[in-house]
Design a protein around this ligand. Structure first.
Ligand code: ADP
Length: 541
């Protein structure tokens, strides 16, 4: 523990260490007697250990883990090299002075300006001295503060759960310097002409430190196995090394990419790689590489996508159920036309003088109707089948018109007034035709249902620019609207207020619109009834 003068110094707010000299006693005796000892200053300061530290010195290196950092460490680790000679000389003098006089010396190094180093001993403890530093040590840039923050940084990295590698990319900096001197500005073209440079980078850029997380991820025996060229990171994805070299040359702050990583024990992982290059005043030898194992995340995402697709399919089938009477009517129309035209055609043939021109005309109409029926069946099949989204440039107006075909019969038979305002000349959107049709059909079905029992019901559809460069669609009905307490819930899966409802129609609409990079919202119209609006990003013309 600190005694005597140290306590006094604690009040004086100076940093103070108790130092054990037992391991360097013979060195001190040799030097004090005028003997030779190779590199004695460094040897002395590395052998002299800190055994206790006062509150001020702990504060300087950062509580609360500071005590652990400091205790047991060589004095050399906490003294700037410029002051080594002064400190070593003071220690030797005090350690050999039976009077234990206090000795002090002003030191001036760039990290420790105008400071005073004071060393003293106590009777009866020949191998113990106290070292005190007073002056601008409280400056954040002081040697101790910098050193402590480095220590904290290293400890932090080593205990981080993720995988982190510290890489020295300076050798490539030197290569780039040379290339620039030779006039190279387009690194992409240069790499095309000199593909060997990427391989060279993988060999000369080295991992200099890593944490336990990185060793575990790589299936390595320990951190030491990772120290060396970075090539192992890019073994499966040389194109990523290529991209990292480009990012480095172009002075980008960081580069992120999903890669396949082969571990030392032969596993193949999906990993998100992030490379962060240093920018001054950061240390140029510290490029940080993090590796995040996303294998499970990707698997879960794939499962989720499949579930969503199945969910959407169930919703489409339930939509088709709702549309049964419309569909039956639609298919019936061309079938009835076919039957009628075939009968008329037969009659023309059965005449004494068959009118072949009429028969030809009718047969052509029969062909047209059959094709029309087949188109309807295909459309329905498209809706019901397991559907893999196929994004393509689309005219949203055409999507709306096709969707209307599914419900037009219902609208007509129920004498609902339909108003459609489609803005011609809208930019195209990138999307899946069947999915977007499903959104519009679902919204239409909801409006039709909301109009059940409503006299002179009206549905208004419109497309137009959404005011933010995208394309918007809106639908409004004159039904009862959405109860205020439900307005935030209608897009939740399985939320329904209908006795026979499934509550997935709007949830599916929302996930389809979100997958297209758009947004959808529900509201009540000021003159009554619900309105829904979605907008989608457009493709630049
Ligand atoms: P479902 O139609 O099976 O109930 P949805 O997800 O399509 O499932 O709709 C969820 C809920 O949103 C409906 O039960 C209803 O309460 C409300 N809703 C949707 N559209 C309208 C509308 N046009 N008018 C009033 N309420 C609506």
């Amino acid at each position: 523990m600190l005694t005597g003068p140290a306590l006094v110094q604690d009040v004086a707010e100076a940093a103070c260490w108790q130092v054990d000299l037992s391991h360097v006693r013979s060195l001190i005796d040799t030097i004090a007697a005028g003997g030779e000892w190779a590199d004695w200053v460094a040897a002395l300061l590395h052998g002299a250990r800190i055994v206790d530290a006062n509150r001020r010195s702990l504060e300087l290196v950062g509580a609360p883990s500071a005590r652990e950092i400091i205790l047991g460490q060589p004095v050399a680790n906490f003294c700037p090299q410029e002051s080594w000679n002064a400190l070593a000389a003071l220690i030797v003098a005090v350690a050999n002075d039976p009077t234990h006089a206090v000795r002090a010396q002003a030191v001036n190094s760039f990290m420790l300006r105008d400071a005073t180093l004071t060393v003293w001993g106590t009777p009866g403890a020949a191998d113990t001295v106290w070292v005190q530093v007073d002056g601008e040590i409280a400056d954040d840039r002081s040697f101790w503060a910098v050193r402590a923050s480095e220590q904290r940084y290293r400890r932090l990295i080593h205990h981080l759960p993720g995988a982190l590698l510290q890489v020295d990319a300076r050798p490539m900096g030197a290569v780039f310097y040379q290339l620039r001197a030779e006039g190279v500005t387009d690194i992409v073209a240069h790499l095309d002409a000199h593909p060997g440079l990427v391989e060279q980078a993988c060999a000369i850029v080295r991992v200099t430190d890593a944490n336990g997380g990185a060793a575990r991820l790589m299936g390595a025996g320990g951190v030491a196995d990772l120290i060396g060229p970075v090539a192992f990171i890019f073994a499966r994805t040389p194109e990523t090394a290529h991209n990292v070299v480009i990012a480095h040359f172009e002075g980008r702050r960081s580069h992120v990419e999903r890669i396949k990583l082969e571990t030392f024990d032969g596993r193949l992982l999906d990993v998100e790689l992030t490379v962060t290059f240093p920018t001054p005043p950061e240390r140029l030898d510290v490029t940080l590489v993090t590796l995040e194992d996303v294998t499970d995340k990707l698997r879960t995402e794939a499962q989720l996508r499949q579930l969503q697709e199945e969910h959407a399919r169930a919703a489409r089938i339930s939509t088709l159920g709702e549309l049964a009477s419309s569909i039956a009517h639609e298919v019936n129309q061309p079938l009835a036309a076919i039957a009628m035209n075939a009968e008329t055609s037969l009659r023309w043939l059965q005449r004494d003088e068959p009118n072949l021109a009429k028969v030809e005309q009718l047969t052509r109409r029969i062909g047209d109707s059959a094709r029309h029926a087949s188109e309807i069946v295909q459309r329905i099949r498209g809706m019901a089948s397991r559907h893999v989204p196929e994004p393509a440039p689309l005219d949203l107006n055409a999507v709306v018109e096709e969707a209307l075909m599914f419900v037009c019969h219902d609208i007509e038979t129920r004498a609902i007034l339909l108003s459609v305002r489609l803005d011609i000349g809208l930019p195209r959107v990138l999307g899946d035709r069947v999915q977007l049709q499903q959104v519009v059909v679902n919204l239409l079905i909801n409006s039709l249902q909301a109009l059940a029992g409503v006299e002179k019901g009206r549905i208004e559809l419109a497309t137009g620019p959404d005011g933010a460069g995208g394309v918007g669609f809106s639908i409004r009905d004159t039904g009862p609207g959405i109860a205020a307490e439900n307005i935030d819930r209608v897009f939740e899966g399985f939320f329904t207020t209908k006795a026979e409802g499934m509550g997935i129609g709007l949830a599916v609409c929302q996930s389809i619109i979100a997958a297209h990079g758009g947004t959808i919202a529900a509201a009540n119209h000021e003159q009554g009834g619900a309105c829904f609006h979605f907008s989608l990003p457009s493709i630049p013309a």
